[in-house]
Design a protein around this ligand. Sequence first.
Ligand code: NDP
Length: 300
Amino acid sequence: MAATIIDGKEFAGRVRAQVARHVDRLKSDHDITPGLAVVLVGTDPASDVYVRSKGKMTREVGMKSVEHRLDAATSEAELLNLIETLNAAHDIHGILVQLPLPRHINEDLVINAIDPAKDVDGFHISNVGMLSTGQKAMVPCTPLGCLMMLRDHHGSLSGMNAVVIGRSNIVGKPMAQLLLGDSCTVTIAHSRTKDLADVVRRADIVIAAVGRPEMVPGDWIKPGATVIDVGINRLDAPERGAGKTRLVGDVDYESCAAVAGAITPVPGGVGPMTIACLLANTVTACCRANGLSEPEGLTA
Ligand code: NDP
């Protein structure tokens, strides 16, 4: 039987609509407008596209969007000064520093200078610690989006075997923590894992966050398993015309979809959920800062 396609684009639309309704309520009942500040240092074209689209979607849900575009030569001290100003700004509830930063700036130092309560990327060391100790944290957007899709599809995840391929700080590790929090039995695989195919074959849930195009073939997937493909890889596609490209994930979609019970496509799966969760985190941060109730189902 063909796998159910988990439509991240449609789901992200629902999440954004819920965020927009909550923003409306914050405005009408409390005269509060959630604000998100995005900081971009330098002119990396991919980062520029991300920042633009984050700004557009922030405004579309009725929140205040502030962009700080700094020269590539900006010093670490200047960036830290800006973070300090944003930490103190009452109309800013979320701060996101677009990564990667230029090499002369220490990323860890900058991320850990953000007020953890405004750290909507969930990368601050306090949020990492709170997530791993099961406390109320700001949760990294991509794994949060994956968790929401899994909960939506399965209801309870309790007792399921989950394999996360990839152990990065932004996807793999927080994803594993979230699945553990939902009582999955979690295995984290990485480049040194032996018999990866065997490990993946035991999984009821496979999360692929590797950065290697179409690395996971269908014969690694247990029949009926749920496959969440985090990968975003751009490949040349000369068949579409000169200079054309196409996006693929970290799993081989056709062969995996033939075996899986459910699967996320690329594009249109995890990607749209990531920005939706950034907006969700911002409204959550705003509610927490003002001691107000948070929107339901938008946090871990
Ligand atoms: P990283 O490069 O930081 O981490 C990749 C992980 O994959 C590492 O832990 C690495 O292991 C592991 N790995 C590499 N090769 C293999 C292999 N052959 N077998 C098993 N494990 C392997 O990547 P990210 O976590 O930042 O991103 C992963 C993917 O997700 C990328 O495609 C990225 O573009 C995408 N992404 C998508 C987002 C979205 O919004 N949809 C957001 C963020 C990322 P080791 O630690 O041993 O080196």
